[in-house]
Design a protein around this ligand. Structure first.
Ligand SMILES: O=C(O)CCC(=O)C(=O)O
Ligand SMILES: [Fe+2]
Length: 329
């Protein structure tokens, strides 16, 4: 997998300091609790006070790679404490970074959360967890996390996925592949643009998996005004229900995505921003340590108001009963 040519946006030391200071001040005003019920409402005011350097770094994804890495945020490996063993025990670990991610996310759009995932938090903890090694979720480790659109089953899924790194001693790579880099024949594009198969809720959504309604078939590819977009999650797509021709086209798309995939091994303080309409992401397998020094990412999801990167028919989908919660609503 190529690792070069990943667009990098470097925050100046002054901008990094400005952001960190703002995050700490906001956190201090709410007892150090990133999940304090009143903190979120203050985030837009603080975000509005941030300078042009930070704003410029948060401009939309502007290359066909559909992603960028933001560098320059400081992380003190001692101060953040041990990596939590599970998202549910993370509490306020790494809370200042949560707030920094919320500020960045707010400059990019509107942060969103899910009632049914990680207790409705706006910033998720992505850590390997005992007993979950082989799942297709962020908590796994020993298996390849196959390339997927985040929350592909739902019409309210994020436009942008923001992955901030607190710790990654083993340089475990996130993978990313852009639909704008693949080459497919016109017939494949035509087939994959038909709503033939549903995408079922993933294992992070136990409640949605029990939803009684009919799964709506959705197109894999969509021609938006500014180019192709995709909605792709093979692990949760019942491909056995498709025609042979459709399945073959799907496999060719999968192969192409593998061909153009890049590996992004995040260092502490780096933030990967992925356009969830252009790019599928995943993760290479790794051996979890379970000693408090494990890989630790923070994740936020962002909706960009007014974006027209998706088929209008999506708006009628039931979303398997899951509710997406917009910050500041
Ligand atoms: O661990 C990673 O690098 C990515 C995990 C993932 O798919 C996610 O956080 O959405
Ligand atoms: Fe993901």
């Amino acid at each position: 997998m190529p690792t070069g040519a990943i667009p990098v946006r470097q925050l100046s030391p002054d901008s990094a300091e400005e952001l960190t200071t703002a995050a700490h001040a906001l956190l201090a005003a709410f007892d150090g609790r990133a999940t304090h019920p009143d903190l979120l409402a203050e985030v837009p005011y603080t975000a509005a006070s941030l300078g042009d350097g930070i704003r410029h770094a948060c401009r939309p994804v502007d290359t066909p790679d559909g992603l960028f890495v933001l560098r320059g945020l400081p992380v003190d490996d001692e101060a953040i404490g041990p990596t939590p063993a599970h998202w549910s025990t993370a509490a306020d670990a790494g809370a200042a970074f949560d707030v920094a991610l919320l500020l960045l996310s707010t400059l990019m759009g509107t942060p969103v959360a899910w009632e049914g995932q990680q207790d409705g938090r706006f910033v998720h903890n992505i850590v390997p967890s005992p007993g979950h090694e082989q799942e297709q979720t962020g908590a796994s480790s020993s298996v390849l996390l196959s390339p997927h659109t985040e929350d592909a089953f739902h019409p309210g899924r994020a436009h942008l996925l923001v992955l901030g790194c607190l710790r990654n001693h083993d340089s475990v790579a996130t993978t990313a592949a852009s639909v704008r880099r693949v080459q497919l024949g016109a017939e494949d594009v035509e087939l994959l643009s038909r709503p033939a198969l549903p995408i079922l809720p993933d294992d992070a959504y136990a409640e949605a998996q029990a939803y009684a309604g009919d799964p709506p078939p959705v197109p894999t590819l969509w021609q938006a005004e500014d180019g192709p977009t995709l909605r792709f999650d093979p692990a949760y797509t019942p491909l056995d229900r498709a025609s042979d021709a459709h399945r073959a086209a799907y496999r060719r798309l999968e192969d192409e995505l593998a061909r153009v995939s890049v590996a992004v091994s995040l260092n502490p303080g780096e933030v990967l921003v992925v356009d969830n309409d252009l790019v599928v992401h995943g993760r290479v397998p790794f051996q979890a340590r379970y000693d408090g020094t494990d890989r630790w990412l923070k994740r936020s999801s962002v909706r960009v108001p007014g974006r027209r990167t998706r088929p209008p028919a999506e708006r009628a989908e039931h979303g398997y009963g899951q509710t997406v919660v917009e910050a500041f609503a």
